[in-house]
Design a protein around this ligand. Structure first.
Ligand code: NAD
Length: 364
């Protein structure tokens, strides 16, 4: 493939293609108070507020604030967007005659909003409370009968995203860290994506910079609103590049482990990121040079040290994955071909998984 980067020395922009998102982004402390205006702008008068069971009270508070603009709540969102949950939510959409959905929560709630929009074409306002980044991607992963499938469709991209850092203050520190590392993985893979472009690379680097500052500050003081704001800004940037360019080995490996061994989403990303980055950095330093420059060592080693310094889990073993399952995991991970800057086979993936399972610091 051609080198798509701007050549810093010669300032020559290489050919690229770029498609921006049509979503409206509203960012800032207290931004949730603009949901009503955004409903009006969409021409919606009967919103259904979605949440997980854990965030039901937050959803009800929002209903009270929005008064006659909402029809009620559906607080059944669950990890990996189970189709039966979506069907139950659509029943409520129909009986309440809702004309849009408001997804208040992390990637699980965002996923439910997207799944409803995919089937009904209803507009969505998304109010993210984690750093997963799903709210700005046209990607939807769903599970049915234990099988996870992923689709990409413009219908699932939320029309409006309201980023209010004050809503993330309650996200526990451990979840903040793994969620932030999950977002950083989108940016790292965007840097070496085959279809990367100057805008996606700028956003990816800025997203990584934001998290590099924000996550240690959140660990030191979970109520630090400036750090929460920086982290949510990073989430927007990293999520945007996830939606804009293709992902590679890292996301495919996480998908395989989550789908076949039910490992938790954000933690799996957090643990594997240094290993996948290190694996790719060993073959091609150029696209990941900015990670090394930002974090002060080669990409894999630096990301490992960063995650460890934040108290993130660093071994797949702690997620309950057995060593005996690594052979099958490697086999599943190579069963479908996909782009990656460095070629791989079952043995190289098995070795990578072994290191990640044992929690070893990557070489590169
Ligand atoms: P999550 O949405 O499952 O949230 C985890 C738990 O934290 C939930 O109980 C939730 O209610 C709670 N929570 C969320 N925000 C909180 C807050 N501010 N305070 C207190 N509790 C809070 O976790 P996640 O990691 O954000 O999302 C994971 C899901 O998102 C997975 O299903 C993953 O596949 C999906 N995802 C999709 C995309 C995409 O582009 N399609 C991108 C990233 C993640």
């Amino acid at each position: 493939m051609p080198d798509l980067e701007v050549d810093a020395e010669a300032r020559v922009v290489q050919p690229f293609s770029y498609r921006g998102s049509s979503a409206t982004i509203v960012f800032g402390n207290g931004a949730r108070r603009q949901i009503g205006d955004q409903l009006d702008a969409l021409g919606c008068r009967r919103a259904l507020v979605l949440s997980t069971p854990a965030q039901k009270q937050d959803a009800e508070r929002l209903v009270a604030e929005l008064r006659d603009r909402v029809t009620g709540t559906f607080a059944g969102a669950a990890m990996h967007t189970p189709v039966d949950v979506t069907e139950a939510a659509i029943e409520i959409v129909e009986t309440s005659n809702a004309d849009c959905v408001i997804a208040l929560g992390g990637g699980s709630t965002t996923g439910l909003g997207k799944a409803i929009a995919y089937r009904t074409d209803l507009p969505q306002i998304c109010v993210p409370t984690t750093y997963a980044g799903s709210e700005v991607t046209p990607i939807l992963g769903q599970t049915e009968a234990g099988l996870k499938t992923t689709l990409r469709d413009d219908r699932v991209l939320p029309e409006v995203v309201i980023y209010d850092p004050e809503l993330t203050i309650g996200l526990p520190v451990a979840m903040s860290v793994t969620s932030g590392l999950n977002a950083m993985a989108h940016a790292v893979e965007a840097l070496y994506a085959e279809d990367r472009n100057p805008i996606s690379s700028l956003m990816a680097i800025e997203g990584l910079r934001a998290f590099k500052t924000a996550l240690p500050a959140v660990v030191a003081d979970s109520g630090n609103i400036e750090a929460r704001s920086d982290a949510l800004y990073g989430a927007w940037l990293c999520g945007t590049v996830l939606g804009a360019v293709g992902m590679a080995l890292h996301h495919k490996l996480c998908h395989s482990l989550g789908g076949s061994f039910n490992t938790p989403h954000a933690e799996t990303h957090a643990i594997l990121l240094p290993h996948t980055a290190g694996y790719n950095a060993a073959a091609s330093h150029e696209p990941l040079k900015s990670v090394a420059e930002l974090f002060g060592d080669s990409a894999g080693r630096a990301l490992f040290d960063f995650a460890a310094s934040l108290g993130a889990p660093t071994s797949l073993r702690v997620l309950g994955l057995t060593e005996a399952s690594l052979d099958a995991a490697a086999e599943i991970a190579v069963s479908n071909p996909y782009d990656n800057p460095r070629p791989f086979d079952q043995k190289s993936i098995r070795d990578l998984l072994q290191h990640a399972w044992a929690g070893q610091r990557p070489e590169h």
